[in-house]
Ligand binder design. Sequence first.
Ligand SMILES: [Zn+2]
Length: 74
Amino acid sequence: MEISNCIICGKMFRHDGREAKHCTECHAVHEAKLRAVKDVILSNPGLTVQEASEKSGASYKLIMEWIKEGRILR
Ligand SMILES: [Zn+2]
């Protein structure tokens, strides 16, 4: 077991060694936010990360994380 900090709520949680950035409670919220961000970017091409963050309600840090992970393509 390894301990990580949830990037959404900041809580520490244990995971089984797989790449995990958020606790299980935040998982559903996280996926919903990711979808919201993708929708915002799709319907508003050319947005900056800051603007996408404001429109989707997901934090700037979180969006940068997703871009780094390749889950969002700029
Ligand atoms: Zn969490």
